[in-house]
Write a protein that binds this ligand. Structure first.
Ligand code: ADP
Ligand code: MG
Length: 467
């Protein structure tokens, strides 16, 4: 019996810990011998006196003197060759406690269910760094099936630079029983099967049984949370930049208007020398350029107030593009429009125009005013329309895409770097989003995703593009 009392379970996790607790209480001393894993994997069961994984049911039976087997519903089963995972083994001496254990076994079903279906990934390793438990959430998070990872070294889910460090950490913990991460939650990176690294929040716990350690990690995928944090931080940064900018632009704009006004009125006077006229023209020109810059900064820094209306994208885009086509800047550029169906959005016409003009301007600048631009509107993911602006200009490097949306990021001598962040802000305030990617074959594609207007609302008279 002593031999049996020291049995330990492989595949330990925090829910099993509760389960063990229940068993101990129910039977006053641990009379349950083990929980079997799938038999064909090698039995996930061992005793302190036989510290090895048994390879057959027969071995277990002989070694642990078991003659009764309960399945998770608490029904007695005969010891078949292929026992279902989670089967409970009861030693001979305690068969009279079967009734009691049936209840416990049912508890077991409950706890097993909790861990199996937990949102968090639960992974348990033994002292030799091998995985002995891997729940459903872990399968989904890491992309491995339970069968693939059982018995494997944990390093398959640890990114390269930390693999050895972790093994060393576990080895040291087994030796000293001291570790600073145990019972704490820390932020780390893990690796999916496809090689993608992602942030996780992880808490560790250790169970010591029969002199053996089983270490369990509960992990939560933090990718979405981190992305959200980054977005919030960016919004906060934008807001504080905005406040500073609106103060500065206000202070600079007034004197600038005065300087420009004086320069222009002096230019109208007769009797100026050629040199004087030239200098005044430079002053007036520079002031005009700075006023344009301030205007852009003000647009960017002031809070957006949307004046939304039902907007049929087809006529809107056609109208706006035809105005642009006629303008001087588009002389050597072909701009096409293609609209699928009749998408309707609730949008601020002026603001959307501002987005379109900014994007076309960027495209023109990227292609040095010669090339092709295609503006398309088509059904996107459910309930959304996708507007794309495609050019065959010099393109953008894939890994720099997010930088381009940072305020003041520009690669142009006279650029402000505010066009794209402003566009993203406008689109975001419409409940949409905006992304950029290189166009296969050269150039850039900007995609704007906007929620479609619900059908059935009253349609006002057809819109005629203004301007
Ligand atoms: P600006 O136009 O004042 O530089 P933007 O925010 O509009 O500021 O754009 C930021 C940067 O993104 C540009 O300087 C340019 O390097 C890049 N960019 C934007 N649109 C395109 C495009 N269509 N093709 C290539 N690069 C682009
Ligand atoms: Mg721009």
């Amino acid at each position: 019996m002593e031999k049996i009392l020291n049995a330990i379970f492989l595949g330990w996790n925090s829910a099993a810990e509760c389960l063990w607790d229940t068993w101990s209480k129910a039977s006053r001393s641990p009379r349950v011998v083990g929980i079997l894993g799938p038999v064909d994997e090698g039995l996930l069961f061992r005793t302190a006196h036989s510290p090895r994984v048994f390879s057959s049911w027969k071995e277990v039976k002989e070694s642990a003197a078991i003659d009764l087997v309960l399945d998770f519903e608490g029904r007695a089963t005969v010891p078949l060759k292929e026992l279902p995972p989670g089967t409970i083994l009861i030693p001979k001496e305690v068969t009279d406690l079967m009734g009691e254990l049936c209840t416990v076994a049912q508890e077991g079903v409950k706890y097993k269910g909790v861990v199996e279906t937990a949102r968090d990934a639960v992974v348990t390793i033994d002292e030799s760094h091998r995985i002995v438990f891997f729940n459903k959430a872990a399968e989904e998070m890491f992309g491995y099936s339970k069968e693939e990872v059982m018995g494997q070294d944990l390093s398959i889910i640890i990114p390269r630079p930390h693999k050895d460090r972790h093994r060393e950490y576990v080895r040291r913990y087994v030796e000293t029983r001291r570790g600073k991460f145990i019972d704490h939650t820390v932020d780390l990176t893990a690796e999916r099967r496809c090689g993608e690294e992602f942030p996780i929040s992880i808490s560790f716990s250790v169970a010591e049984l029969g002199g053996h350690l089983l270490m369990t990690a509960m992990m939560r995928d933090m990718s979405e949370v981190k992305a959200m944090e980054r977005k919030l931080l960016q919004n906060e940064r934008l807001a504080s930049i905005g406040r500073a900018l609106s103060f500065v632009t206000h202070e600079v704009k007034n004197p600038l208007v005065v300087i420009g006004g004086f320069a222009r009125s002096l230019l109208r006077e007769s009797g100026l020398s050629h040199g004087q006229r030239e200098k005044l023209e430079i002053i007036a020109g520079e002031v005009k350029r700075l006023e344009g810059l301030l205007e852009e900064i003000q647009d960017f820094s002031k809070p957006l107030r949307l004046n939304r209306e039902r907007l049929h994208l087809g006529p809107f885009l056609e109208g706006e593009i035809s105005i642009l086509r006629d303008s001087e800047i588009c002389r050597e550029v072909r701009v096409d429009v293609s609209v699928e169906g009749d998408p309707v959005v609730r949008a601020d016409r002026e603001k959307l125009r501002q987005v379109l003009v900014n994007l076309i301007k960027n495209s023109l600048e990227a292609m040095e005013k010669r090339g092709n631009i295609l503006v398309k509107a088509a059904q996107g993911s459910e309930g959304h329309v996708e507007i794309t602006v495609e050019d065959d200009g010099k393109g953008i490097p894939e890994d720099k895409v997010e930088d381009l949306f940072q305020p003041f990021f520009t690669t142009k001598p006279g650029g402000t770097g505010l066009g794209l962040p402003l566009c993203r802000k406008i689109v975001g305030d419409h409940g949409g989003d905006m992304t950029m990617r290189p166009r296969p074959g050269g150039g850039t594609i900007v995609t704007i995703r906007l929620p479609l207007e619900e059908e059935g609302e009253e349609d006002p008279p057809r819109e005629v593009p203004s301007r």
